[in-house]
Design a protein around this ligand. Structure first.
Ligand code: GRF
Length: 198
């Protein structure tokens, strides 16, 4: 069945960039496994030993391990082009993308951020730090942002946000769990709409 779908003309080829646990990468892989809009054909990862590597391997998806100096210099554009990648989906990838990569996939790169941008974005704002900042500020709501990627951290046009309450009993961990649920629910659908635009 999956093989038949793979032959559908126009099915977009997706590279997921992730270097963490990979729960969002896993949802993206699953979502696009039997989906006519696209398929995940590559995982790009900069962290040896990251949980996401095992997820990709188990799903039979090739993993491209990258190294910082070369990434900054040429963005591994040759490897991505060789894999005929149409869109890049960032899901827990912390390095800034080099200009050459952004230029080559202009308006075809998405990121997910665990807060309501433009609040709590920018260099160094990831993972627990984001949730701790939200709690320290006394915000009563947080959420997720899915946005196009440009040359600044967490900065391109926001395509989608979803909100959730922040409880006064929350720890960074409990807030992170609520946010992860939103991410898992929405990222695959938003990514599908994004790659299906004409
Ligand atoms: C997510 O919270 C995402 O918003 C951020 O990195 C985290 C990755 O989590 N960009 P996981 O590895 O997908 O569980």
């Amino acid at each position: 069945m999956a093989q038949d779908i793979g032959k559908i003309e126009g099915r977009k080829r997706l590279a997921v960039f992730a270097s963490g646990t990979g729960t969002n990468a896993s949802r993206l892989i699953e979502h696009f496994r039997e989906n006519a809009a696209g398929e995940v054909v590559l995982l790009v990862c900069n962290k040896p030993g990251a949980g996401v590597i095992g997820i990709a391997e188990k799903a039979g998806i090739p993993v491209l391990m990258i190294e910082k100096e070369r990434f900054k210099a040429d963005g591994y554009v040759a490897e991505l082009k060789a894999a005929k990648v149409d869109f890049l989906l960032l899901a827990g990838f912390l390095w800034k993308l080099p200009s050459v990569l952004i230029a080559s996939w202009a308006h075809r790169i998405l990121n997910i951020h665990p807060a309501l941008l433009p609040k709590y974005g920018g260099k160094g704002m990831y993972g627990e730090r984001v949730h701790r900042a939200v709690l320290d500020a006394g915000d009563v709501e947080s959420g997720i942002s899915i946005h196009e990627v440009d040359e600044q951290y967490d900065h391109g046009p926001t395509l989608f946000q979803a909100r959730c309450p922040v409880l006064n009993t929350d720890s960074p961990e409990s807030l992170a769990a609520r946010i992860h649920e939103l991410e898992h629910r929405h990222y695959p659908e938003v990514a599908e709409r994004f790659i299906s635009r004409s």
